[in-house]
Design a protein around this ligand. Structure first.
Ligand SMILES: Cc1cc2nc3c(=O)[nH]c(=O)nc-3n(C[C@H](O)[C@H](O)[C@H](O)COP(=O)(O)O)c2cc1C
Length: 192
């Protein structure tokens, strides 16, 4: 079964490394027959939050917000690729998340955290769980933590150790289960 899945990546640093993990996840999803879309904060280029998407009158939101909203509404689930800045969520990722609300609702998320150090960004991941729950896309139980992301993947996302295919496979098996379950339930309607 193929799903419309979105990978979110929120670093705008010129020397960023997490893009490798985002590219790896895109490749893994495509290999499983999905049609993934990457939303990269550097490409979307949102300002620091002024108005949320829903605060614009219909048809008047800036093009980048309009395009992103269209992708989100069509998504069956979100893979959130997050680094760790001072034990917290990268600001460009949080900014991207905060621009929307209902557009995230009723879909699952899966957290892929990373860092250049040994802990794989898990401290930020724990905070991210709270935000994702508030945004109506609770994260699945499994977490894919990637230590030393700059060594784990080449620039194009190719893993330097085949074990990453196995780890991603287990993580995505669980994620797809929630995607399928929530898609079926959404088809029956949503509360309110
Ligand atoms: C402002 C800042 C704070 C950081 N804080 C942490 C941290 O708390 N824990 C950690 O493991 N790495 C930390 N790092 C190192 C990051 O893991 C590493 O730079 C990583 O590549 C950042 O993701 P990015 O390259 O996708 O932006 C920090 C990096 C920056 C730029």
């Amino acid at each position: 079964m193929s799903y419309d899945l979105t990978v979110l990546y929120g670093s705008v640093r010129r020397d960023r490394k997490g893009i490798r993990a985002a590219r790896f996840m895109m490749q893994e999803l495509a290999a499983r027959g999905h049609a993934p879309t990457l939303i990269d904060a550097q490409e979307v280029d949102l300002p620091l939050l002024d108005r949320m998407y829903k605060e614009y009158d219909p048809g008047t939101a800036p093009d980048n917000l309009e395009a992103m909203a269209k992708v989100l509404k069509a998504s069956d689930g979100f893979i959130v690729v997050s680094g760790e800045y001072n034990h917290g969520i990268p600001p460009a990722l949080k900014n991207m998340l905060d621009h929307f609300l209902e557009e995230w609702f009723w879909r699952p998320s899966g957290i892929v955290s990373y860092s250049m150090g040994p802990y794989g960004g898990v401290r930020a991941a724990m905070q991210l769980r709270m935000t994702l729950a508030e945004l109506g896309m609770p994260s699945i139980s499994s977490l894919m933590g990637i230590p030393q992301v700059h060594k784990a993947f080449e620039e194009d996302g190719t893993p330097t150790d085949d074990a990453w295919h196995r780890r991603a496979g287990r993580f995505l098996d669980e994620f797809e289960w929630y995607v399928a379950a929530q898609k079926a339930q959404r088809a029956l309607g949503t509360p309110r």
